[in-house]
Structures are given as structure tokens and as C-alpha cells.
Design a protein around this ligand. Sequence first.
Ligand SMILES: [Zn+2]
Length: 258
Amino acid sequence: MRPSPRLRLLLVGAAVIVVLFVVATQTAGSAAGSPLAGRLTAADPSDDAPQTTSDFLTAITEDVDRYWTGTFADAGLDEPRVGYAWIPPGAAVQSACGSLDESAAAYCPGDDTIYVSERFADAIYAGALDRALPGSSQGYGGTVGDSAVAYIVAHEYGHQVQDELGLYDRYGDQVPTMAFELQADCFAGVWARSADDEGRLDAGDVHEALDAALAVGDFDTASPGHHGTPEQRRAAWGTGFQAGEPGSCTTYLQAAGA
Ligand SMILES: [Zn+2]
């Protein structure tokens, strides 16, 4: 691959995604065990609901992938090509964006792969990061429950959608990181709406996702890596959820200067 400004931009973006969660998990310390196991219903309310964190992450990813594959097909586009890798506790994996460890939740555009640490997912599920995440540590929202984890997976998949649609090519030089981040939140909301329409969300799942979006919002508005304030991130997810269609998410890039 030829080095290009775009590639550098994408790698910086991926690094920013990782950094946010590095800070969070280091501060929170260890989240013991696998609290997700055996308690998940969002992806599949039937008897064969996932029993492990990695199975849950896979089930959510496949659910999100089904939605976007269908949506792309309806628009005459090729199926999104995305991989995923769940990082076991204590492990690290090599990616095109560098080494990723158990603090990671990231989409790497260099290898079209979503990486999520199982320990990180467990900690999100258990609410163990609320004092470490930028929003929740300031009293905005909180992360707890399966829908909070699903929000993060669907957000990372949203970056894959942006990559597939060529949005980084078209807007990467023109808009700040925040525009892509809020659009990924919006895309996560669009997927959640599809799951809700098909009866696969539990009571409280929408609230969990909105609270998680608040929790990961940050106040570092002067930073190039600013992802959006808690209110902006909650609003973006809500916009996608209410509209239920990806066109509702175009505004984030256009409003940012395109
Ligand atoms: Zn992101």
C-alpha cells in the first residue's frame, strides 16, 4: 500500500480510538472473570444465547453485519468486508494499526478489522469503568449491561461502514475526528433501531446505549482527537435510532464543512 495522507489520517484516528479506552481501563484496574457469560440476551433471546464474552461480541458483530450487508445490498453496494478479533485477557494482538492489548476497543482501517478486548467488554458490562470514562467520571451517563457493549461494537462497525463508503477519502481532509465519531454513533443507533424493530432489544436496552454514549463523551474540545461531548454523542446515537436509516447520519460530515 502506498503511504498517503489518507492512510496516516486513518491510523491516527485508530490510535485515538484506542487511546480513549487505554486511559479508561488502566484507571479502572481489573474487571474480574467474565460477567457477560450466561447473562446476555440482546443478540439472541433464545436458549442458545451466547455464554462467553467472545461469543457475545461475535453475535453482536454478526447481527450488525447482517444489518449493513442488507442495507448495502438494497443500495446496490458490495457486501462490507470486515473482520473481528477479540483479545483475550492478558493477551495482545498485532494489527495493521500496531499492537493492541486488553485495553483496546478499536476499528483498524488498515486491515478492516474490529478489535475488542474481552476484559474491556466485561468491564463495560459490569459498570467497572464509570469512574474512568471521561463522561461518566463527570456525572454523565454510565456504562452497564449488554446494550452498552453492543453500542461500542456497533460504533466500531460504523467506522467500517465509513471506510466502505469512501467517506474518509471524501471528507478526511475536511472534517475533524469528531465528525466521523458522531456519525459512527449515529450508525450504531440506526443498527439498534433495526434490532428493536425485530424485537431483539430488551426493556432498558435503549437507555443503556444512551447512557453509554454519554459516558464515553469527552470534554477535550481543543484536542484533534476530541470525539464529541456526552450530549453530542447521546444525540448522535438517538438521531440514528429515531430515524432508523443511515441517511439520517450524513449531516455529521456535511455540517462539519464538506
Ligand atoms: Zn470511533
